[in-house]
Design a protein around this ligand. Sequence first.
Ligand code: PLP
Length: 370
Amino acid sequence: MPALEQLEQEFDRAWSDPEFRAEFQRLLSEYVGRPTPITEARRLSEETGLHVVVKREDLNHTGAHKINNALGQALLAMRMGKKRIIAETGAGQHGVATATVCAMFGLECEVYMGEEDTERQKLNVFRMKLLGAKVNPVSSGTKTLKDALNEAMRDWVTNVDSTHYIIGTAAGPHPYPYMVREFQRVIGDESRQQYLDRYGRLPDVAMACVGGGSNAIGFFAGFYEDEDVKLYGVEAGGHGLSSGAHAAPLSAGTPGVLHGSYSYLMQDEHGQVIGTHSVSAGLDYPGVGAEHSYLKDLGRAEYFAVTDEEALDALQWVAKAEGLITAFETAHAFAPLKDRTRLPEGTRVLVNMSGRGDKDMVTAAQILNL
Ligand SMILES: *Cc1c(COP(=O)(O)O)cnc(C)c1O
């Protein structure tokens, strides 16, 4: 608790300091490559009878939205005088984003990663090492993301004087979900203004994929006050909700406690966390950020799931129709464009393309028979 309380105070101070904000903005622009554009998806629009526009977070340095948060938290760590950074990672995207900003700032970096994920994502392990980070394989539990998060928390509470823990999504204990939302809200604020400037109005629907929930919450936050803009979050349906093999706590979970927060969760009747499945390692987490749970209960956002198969179909469809190869995670956000019950003809949809697909091509080539 003292570590979390200190972090909350420091973040609030930093976030209301114009100099901190200016430095964050400067690096988002000069290093990350912001603002990312919005792109009208003409062929998807023609095929679906919708009006589809895409926010291009795939164009950020390191290929996804994760670096917005990694950069913000690294700046905060330096402000707190902490020179050692730790992080957890699943597929390795957050690990790579964190190792990248640590290299740029000259900070020591250690990344916890489930042993199984280090095998599945060898290339990202190599990238992190090349960037000067130390990768610690975690062999407890299911040897995946939630176990990596456990180990990172243990390290943090032991070394909190020297170390800042950069959580990679909008989950975990307060202030993380709030802080990560604030670092990611550039996605929503930017795209809202871009959409207004180009079309003179706002979209009917803003749609994003939800793992822990960081790209979606940053995107949604830009539209909270616009009550006519529907917010749709798409979870990983894996083999289907009825199969039990999925990672869709908002669609099929119940409220419970994991990693220091109370939120929708995949758990059994004894409160034990149950195993998850998704083709996309970045969505393969049994919990979700508490703010999404709140938005669901309020009815301000709606959440539903698409299966691995639907996501893989969408990946190929979007690639062929628009020349945009999405990450496995992101493909979930495009799959519902074919769903006429949820998106009637003529609906104006803004989809957040959270990341590009380069990291997934080896796996995709094994699954898809082209
Ligand atoms: C990690 C990742 C996600 C899922 O994480 P959120 O915190 O839910 O955004 C989605 N898309 C991409 C490209 C990712 O790398």
